[in-house]
Design a protein around this ligand. Structure first.
Ligand code: PMP
Length: 403
């Protein structure tokens, strides 16, 4: 094995050598990996050729859709379970159950990782969740409970219900363990079945997955030549974790938030308040983000967003038509099939590069959070978009690039 590795290194270019030598985990194509979770992370960084050529600045995107669960959330799921095990909160094969409230990819990642690690999983979702995500959850053997969408301050909101279910499970299985930041923890014996509330919004393991994983990977893959990092925020884990890692390596790296319509985060970064009366989106629906873009946007501060706020330098607002246009543009020019939050990130990259006036040689890094396959029923459904009054017009991107 060592001979084979040396031979490979000898064949590679200088930058690839740096990458190989500094990689804690070997290239996944060569190795036998220890179960499914070994496949998570170490994703490639793809040069988006169409945008890079048009802008003269390299747009590099982390291909998180290549994770086995199909999204960036695999990293978070495995880290939350690892940390809970390390803290003695749960033990595999004891009948313990992971609970989470999510309308996004986290449930899918958690279901997959939980089963790989010897746990059951219950996911509470709003009942307007995209049908393909629901099918994926059920196919992965998660117990799924659907509830009416509600504000986070409502006890019946899906995240709050997940926490309640974790508590109830713990008490019926004769323990009182529930976790998440700031919760009290009572540790019983190793063999007790426990309920664990994963709590991706408040759980710092989410941030840590990106600070220790995604961030260092980007740094190695670019040999430390990152001008800016652009990302949306759903829980805030990605932008906070990657952003803080990159800043710790080079404080001049620009961290830019890509925010969708209806989210208050843009205002928080630009004006210091989430609900700015000057912007009608911020006041429209205070607790739900109303957009065709899924997975990002927030109208409250979470622990993971708060970790990111001090290092976010700039924010860009992206509209639904812009995100829709970007996804179509990318398929047409690069053959890359992306979901809505990835499209938002790429639009924000263009805006940032144009605004900063950056030129050849600079590198802007972003994330392709999931693939278009998770979005057939809404974002990739022309009929749905038509009914919602959202135009499908790739010239929006052509214009953005040419002006
Ligand atoms: N894109 C998608 C598809 C997501 O599901 C999420 C998480 N909700 C994000 C982006 C945002 O990532 P984060 O939670 O790290 O802010």
């Amino acid at each position: 094995y060592v001979r084979r590795r040396r031979r490979r290194i000898a064949q590679l270019s200088q930058s690839q050598v740096y990458r190989l030598e500094n990689r804690p985990i070997e290239l996944r194509s060569d190795d036998i990996l220890d179960g499914l979770t070994g496949v998570i992370g170490n994703t490639p960084l793809i040069r988006i050729n169409s945008l890079s050529t048009a802008l003269g600045v390299e747009i590099l995107a982390k291909a998180e859709f290549l994770n086995p669960g199909g999204s960036v959330k695999d990293r978070v799921a495995v880290r939350m379970i690892d940390d809970a095990e390390r803290q003695g909160l749960i033990h595999p094969h004891t009948g313990s159950r992971i609970f989470e409230g999510t309308s996004g990819s986290t449930g899918i990642s958690l279901a997959m990782v939980a089963h790989a690690r010897g746990y059951d999983v219950t996911i509470i979702t709003p009942d307007d969740m995209a049908a393909e995500k629901l099918h994926a959850l059920r196919s992965l053997g998660a117990d799924v409970e659907q509830v009416r969408p509600a504000s986070i301050v409502d006890k019946k909101q899906f995240v709050n219900i997940a926490k309640e279910r974790a508590l109830a499970f713990s008490s019926t299985s004769s323990t009182s363990v529930v976790s998440g930041i700031g919760e009290s923890i009572a540790v019983l014996t190793d063999t007790d079945a426990r309920g664990f509330f994963a709590d991706q919004f408040e759980n710092k393991s989410n941030y840590d997955a990106h600070f220790d994983g995604t961030g260092p990977e980007i740094w190695r893959q670019t040999n430390g030549t990152v001008k800016a990092f652009v990302s949306g925020a759903g829980t805030g884990g990605t932008i906070a974790g990657v952003g803080r890692f990159l800043k710790s390596m080079d404080e001049d790296v620009v961290i830019c938030l890509a925010d969708c319509e209806g989210s208050g985060l843009y205002n928080k970064v630009k004006h210091g308040v989430m609900f700015d009366q000057r912007e009608k989106e911020g006041t429209k629906r205070r607790h739900q983000v109303d957009t065709v873009v899924e997975g990002i946007g927030l109208n409250r501060l979470t622990q993971n967003v708060e970790l990111g706020l001090p290092i976010i330098d700039d924010a860009v607002r992206v509209t639904d038509p812009e995100a829709v246009a970007m996804a179509r543009y990318l398929v047409k020019h690069d053959g890359v099939f992306i979901g809505s939050s990835s499209a938002c990130n790429l639009v924000a990259c263009i805006r940032l590069v144009k605004k900063m006036g950056w030129h050849k040689g600079e590198r802007v890094v972003t994330v392709l959070c999931d693939s278009g396959a998770r979005h057939y029923s809404k974002f990739w459904n022309d009929e749905y978009l038509l009914k919602a009054g959202i135009p499908i017009d790739t010239s929006i991107i052509e214009e953005m690039l040419s002006t």
